[in-house]
Ligand binder design. Structure first.
Ligand SMILES: NC(=O)C1=CN([C@@H]2O[C@H](COP(=O)(O)OP(=O)(O)OC[C@H]3O[C@@H](n4cnc5c(N)ncnc54)[C@H](O)[C@@H]3O)[C@@H](O)[C@H]2O)C=CC1
Ligand SMILES: CCCCCC(=O)/C=C/[C@H]1[C@H](O)CC(=O)[C@@H]1CCCCCCC(=O)O
Length: 265
């Protein structure tokens, strides 16, 4: 299904990015893995070479919060694979204490990756069939009180995706751009919501966090990967947000206009 397609996944050394890499490889794509953690990334590449063959993946070390590193590695990926058809902005952290770093990775990193991918896809490939997936969160659609800045970055990713997808369509780029919004997933990121050095002033809300995790039920990375693949294949959507919860996946219906309550001045 994805034979001949080249995909890039940021934050692919572990967690959701690793699961996305697996499902892309299982469906025939070649995958450029990008992560700041080169030890885990290189270990994964060795494992994937055994499993899928040595020509299917290559690991590239880069920090998505660095303009220079992201741009350089993007060029390296083009030199290695020739073109890119699928680009997934997945790298993310949850650090309310160092909240500026959270903004730099979760939001600025997504904008940076989308612009690099869009520029390449529209020029080199005429856009046709190219797709960008931005990994947001359920926290991109509703407030997660234990992590206000994380919530803000994910709302930013959803808003950016909706606007840039329209810009892509109106400009005739032929590139679809969609957002993936999972609920709590069993990865190491979840631990950040419970650690004082990451939650900072919101450590007092740790029991609220646990009750939300219990309410939503942790989902497995493989379930999110299936939704990710659906979003790649579904050519009918652009600017969509696909929610993934334990009970299943569903597209968000955004209101044409927000509901308001008038006040008298
Ligand atoms: N685990 C969860 O409950 C959910 C996670 N998400 C989102 O999914 C994405 C992936 O998260 P997980 O797999 O859960 O986390 P994870 O912590 O398991 O994996 C994140 C990966 O991103 C990499 N990374 C972090 N900062 C980076 C940077 N500056 N540049 C390049 N790579 C970097 C890490 O080295 C790691 O390999 C994130 O955007 C996260 O916000 C969304 C909804 C739910
Ligand atoms: C327009 C309303 C959409 C509602 C979407 C939704 O279900 C949001 C739920 C949040 C609710 O406000 C209370 C919460 O904490 C929910 C967000 C849960 C965040 C999950 C974060 C997962 C992650 O990124 O790790």
């Amino acid at each position: 299904m994805l034979k001949g397609k080249v995909a890039v996944v940021s934050g692919s050394a572990q967690g959701l990015g690793k699961a996305f890499t697996h499902i892309l490889l299982e469906n025939g794509a070649q995958v450029a893995m990008l992560d700041v953690n080169h030890v885990m990334g290189q270990e994964l590449q060795v494992q994937l070479n055994h499993q899928y063959g040595s020509d299917r993946t290559q690991f590239f070390k880069a920090d998505v919060s660095s303009d220079q590193q992201f741009t350089d590695v993007f060029q390296e990926i083009i030199s290695k694979f020739g073109h890119i058809n699928i680009f997934c902005n997945n790298a993310g952290i949850a650090d309310e204490k160092n909240w500026e770093k959270t903004v730099s990775i979760n939001l600025s990193g997504v904008v940076r990756g989308t612009y690099l991918a869009l520029d390449h896809m529209k020029k080199e490939n005429g856009g046709n069939g190219c797709v960008i997936i931005n990994v947001a969160s359920l926290a991109g659609l509703g407030p997660f009180p234990s992590a206000p800045v994380y919530t803000a970055t994910k709302h930013g990713v959803v808003g950016f995706t909706r606007a840039i997808s329209m810009a892509s369509q109106v400009s005739g780029y032929g590139v679809r751009i969609n957002a993936l919004c999972p609920s709590f997933v069993r990865t190491t990121l979840i631990d950040s919501f419970k650690q004082e050095d990451k939650t900072g002033q919101f450590y007092n809300l740790v029991s609220l966090t646990q009750s939300l995790i219990d309410k939503f039920t942790l989902i497995e990375v493989e379930q999110v990967a299936k939704a990710f693949l659906h979003l790649i294949k579904d050519e009918s959507v652009n600017g969509a947000a696909l929610v993934v919860k334990s009970e299943g996946a569903a597209y968000v219906t955004f209101p044409k206009e927000v509901e308001t309550t008038p006040i008298s001045l």
